[in-house]
Structures are given as C-alpha cells and as structure tokens.
Design a protein around this ligand. Structure first.
Ligand code: GLN
Length: 186
C-alpha cells in the first residue's frame, strides 16, 4: 500500500492501514510506486499537493498506476486531484474519475462538519473539512454514498474518491473497500 506523501493527512491514513494489517509506503517519487498494490492520495491542500506532483514528475506515473488496474483512493483534496475537471480555483488534475470537483464548495461559514452517509455504506460517519462537492458524475461512475443528495463517495473501476475524511473516524469501511479491490496475485 502506498500513500502519496507530499502534504496532508498521510499519517492518519497510515494508522488506518496499520490497523487493517497493511504496511504503508510513503510515495515521494516514481520509483516508490514499484511493487505497490494500491495507493492513497490523502486530503490536505490540493494546490500544494499538485505543485508537488508536478515537481516530482508524478502525474504520468500515477496515471500509469491506475491504467495497470491497481486501485487508488483519493480523499478530499485527493478526490479533487482524481477528478476529470476542477472548478473554483482549478488545479491540474489526473482525470482518473469522470466527475467535476468543485473546491471548497460548502463555503467559508461551514468550514467543517460531519454527517451520516446514505447509500451502500449506511451510517458511515463522514467528516468534511473545507470539502469539495462532486457534480456531473459520468455514466461509468457509481455513487456509493451521498449526504444531502450530493455524491460523497464515488467509484469508477478501481478508482475511489471520497469528499470526506474516512481516516478520521474509527470506521474503516472505505479503506477495506480499497483493499478488497487489490487484484488477486495469480
Ligand atoms: N479545500 C482543500 C482543497 O481544495 C481540500 C481540503 C481537505 O482535503 N480537507 O484542496
């Protein structure tokens, strides 16, 4: 399991993986991707993370990682970076999931809040911190959970995105879903 370790909530994701018995490798260059079975793009500040991805020349290697069928989970800023298109102070994104991410869509009065999701992950507690909203999910995108009607957890193939922070609660169902998508080694 890899976690892109440029900025953001890297250690909290590593702690969840450790609880699930998976070792976390901090990814800071293309070489670090070798041999990883899955990858997490954590929340944080998508502007900072995208500058780091550019500096470390990681955009194409991450797209290649996804093309190889290995699962990727992006949370909050990570979801922004996975989107096809980004609105409201756009950042260069990877275009790995067919949604439009609107950054900081809940406005400054509502910087952070939590709510229970509806959908396949009933009762999943979602913590939102300056969260994006996802709109216009394409035909290949499955919406796995919603809050107030908005998609908060989407999947396209082996690419998963949450607008909330699944690493901040004791509920590890999102990480378990990522692990379940790891292709079986023949
Ligand atoms: N607002 C941040 C961004 O757009 C995301 C916040 C987060 O990851 N908690 O980059």
């Amino acid at each position: 399991m890899g976690i892109v370790a440029i900025q953001g909530d890297v250690e909290a994701h590593a702690a969840v993986l450790a609880r699930l018995g998976a070792e976390a490798v901090r990814v800071r260059c293309e070489k670090d991707l070798d041999g990883l079975s899955a990858l997490i793009l954590p929340g944080g500040e998508s502007t900072t993370i995208s500058k780091g991805l550019e500096r470390l020349r990681l955009y194409e290697p991450l797209r290649g990682f996804a093309r190889s069928g290995r699962p990727i989970l992006g949370t909050c800023a990570g979801a922004v970076l996975l989107a096809r298109e980004v609105e409201n102070h756009p950042v260069p994104s990877l275009g790995l999931i067919d949604v439009v991410a609107v950054r900081n869509a809940y406005g400054t009065q509502v910087d952070s809040f939590s709510a229970d999701a509806e959908g396949d992950f009933e009762g999943l507690r979602c913590v939102f911190i300056r969260a994006p909203r996802l709109r216009r999910p394409g035909p290949d995108v499955q919406v796995r959970a919603r809050v107030d009607g908005w998609p908060v957890f989407v999947e396209q193939g082996a690419v998963l995105a949450t607008t909330f922070h699944p690493e901040l609660t004791g509920d590890s169902r999102v990480h378990e879903r990522l692990l379940a998508l790891v292709p079986a080694v023949p």
